[in-house]
Design a protein around this ligand. Structure first.
Ligand SMILES: Cc1cc2nc3c(=O)[nH]c(=O)nc-3n(C[C@H](O)[C@H](O)[C@H](O)COP(=O)(O)OP(=O)(O)OC[C@H]3O[C@@H](n4cnc5c(N)ncnc54)[C@H](O)[C@@H]3O)c2cc1C
Length: 464
């Protein structure tokens, strides 16, 4: 069967849905092709799906520190299987609800694996779809672990589907996904090991702020999180005592033994099977090549955005949503090329929901010094000495703020429970001269994390 649509969208995540609804609002005929449960990564197996685990672990982290400090609360425990069931009550309905909403809006939804057979044609199963325009919004997928025994590991998708966790869990990869899972599993009483390729976990976050997290890791839960740095996993094997993870450096191999090994080595663009060459679309390991307007240089009828696009920004939901807005404008509201919007180059706030949470926006100190040399002003401090954080019994809390040569805030970094929220205040302040900013001058609630950050900001600004 052959069908023609004005718009064909590959993938039904945040980007795919926004574009599909935008197309329908513009009166276009729209088809969405999706390989898995509709809805995309975030609600099914990403940000939203992990939130019940990291939220419960964060509550327990705070409660247990308060208990230890004599704050009048009993130490608490975390039941992984109960949270897994709670999480499924949110994730299980996502596919059907998304499909129903799309269909209600008049979007044709096809389940299957699309394959380009020409510049304007995809084939999915028995169906041939032609379209005036295509949007590739297929996101990313876990990077396969290609070492011997890699098949003995589970990826983040499978990890989030587990009904319970065994006692010993090893994560391969110290990025934000691995570290968030590791902290939560430790709070659930599991013995957790993280094998990291670098000397510190959470590459991309400010190293001094990451050091605050690393100081907290040994005390998480009854067994702590053990990080094995500077190691590459060469093999995974099954031994009599459990799964064996062989982690090498130049000189030696260490073996971590576990009941469950989770591959959190990163994510790669989901382009396998799309046969992009047939459509004249280029892709590299970083994703689908796009220009500044998110159009594919090799085919003006094909656009791409979100995680799958090689757009120079990190693969996160806020950056995907930025892309979706640009795509919706360029596809439906730009009558000519002169009206096309460029993707925003603005810095983005980001967070690892570790314990404590690590958050940042703008440049790290190393990046700032590489860009501006000694003309930067860097101020940092430890919130733990402040009465407010002592009352919360939070021992691992730190801040760093970085100002450029013209005194504008160019980077801000926090380690503290609650920093995932309050980093947004600093994101709104980025690029501003402190004394002229709302954060500096506002009368904020007290006692609060925001007020503590405001005090740090005022203090940091003094030397700038
Ligand atoms: C464990 C985990 C935790 C995360 N936590 C956070 C967080 O805390 N904060 C944050 O900002 N971001 C987080 N992310 C990232 C976030 O989920 C993504 O950035 C976001 O979902 C990307 O949206 P998207 O629309 O580009 O792609 P996706 O949401 O991935 O949607 C792509 C869709 O395309 C489908 N698809 C794949 N291949 C094909 C194909 N060949 N044909 C048709 N359809 C296809 C997929 O099934 C999927 O439904 C997390 C991700 C993971 C994995």
């Amino acid at each position: 069967m052959e069908q023609h649509f004005q718009l064909c969208v590959l993938g039904s995540g945040a980007v795919g849905q926004t574009v599909a609804y935008g197309g329908r609002s513009a009166g276009l005929s729209v088809v969405v092709i999706e390989t898995q449960a509709p809805g995309g990564t975030c609600p099914n197996r990403g940000c939203d799906a992990k939130k019940p685990f990291v939220n419960a672990a964060g509550l327990m982290y705070r409660a247990n520190h308060l208990a230890a400090a004599g704050g009048g609360i009993a130490p608490t425990t975390l039941d992984w299987s109960a949270i897994a069931a709670f999480k499924k009550s949110f994730t299980d309905p996502v596919g059907d609800l998304t499909a129903a909403d799309l269909r209600k809006a008049g979007v044709e939804l096809i389940a299957g694996e699309p394959r380009f057979t020409g510049p304007g044609t995809v084939v999915v199963g028995e169906q041939t779809i032609t379209a005036d325009r295509f949007v590739i919004a297929t996101g990313q997928m876990p990077r396969p672990l290609t070492v011997p025994g890699g098949e003995l590991t589970v990826d983040s998708d499978a990890f989030l589907e587990l009904d319970d966790l065994p006692q010993r869990v090893t994560f391969i990869g110290g990025g934000y996904v691995g570290m968030e899972f590791a902290c939560a599993a430790a709070m659930a009483g599991r013995a957790v090991t993280v094998i990291a390729t670098r000397d510190h976990v959470l590459a991309g976050f400010d190293p001094d702020i990451v050091a605050t997290l690393e100081a907290a890791l040994p005390d998480l839960g009854p067994h702590g999180v053990t990080v094995v740095p500077n190691r590459r996993v060469g093999a995974v094997s099954q031994g009599p005592e459990g799964l064996r993870v062989h982690a090498n450096d130049d000189a030696s191999t260490v073996v971590a033994t576990a009941d469950l090994v989770v591959n959190t080595t990163g994510r790669v663009a989901s382009v396998d099977g799309l046969n992009l060459d047939a459509a004249g679309v280029a892709a590299s390991p970083r994703g689908v090549a796009v220009d500044g307007h998110l159009r594919c240089p090799g085919n003006p009828h094909i656009w791409a955005g979100g995680d799958v696009a090689d757009n120079g920004r990190p693969a996160l939901i806020p950056t995907a949503v930025d892309d979706a807005r640009v795509l919706a404008h360029n596809l439906f509201k730009a009558p000519s090329d002169a009206d096309l919007q460029a993707r925003p180059a603005k810095p983005h706030a980001s967070v690892a929901f570790t314990l404590p949470a690590v958050s940042g926006v703008g440049l790290t100190e190393d990046e700032a010094r590489a860009e501006h040399g000694d003309a930067v002003h860097v101020a940092s401090g430890n919130f733990a000495t402040k009465k407010f954080f002592r009352e919360l019994a939070q021992p691992h809390v730190a801040w760093k703020m970085i100002f450029g040569p013209d005194r504008r805030l160019i980077g801000a970094h926090l380690a503290a429970e609650g920093s995932d929220e309050v980093i947004n205040l600093l994101a709104l302040t980025l690029g501003q001269v402190p004394e002229q900013s709302a954060l500096y001058n506002a009368t904020l609630t007290y006692p609060s994390v925001s007020a503590a950050v405001q005090t740090a900001f005022r203090k940091a600004a003094k030397g700038a």
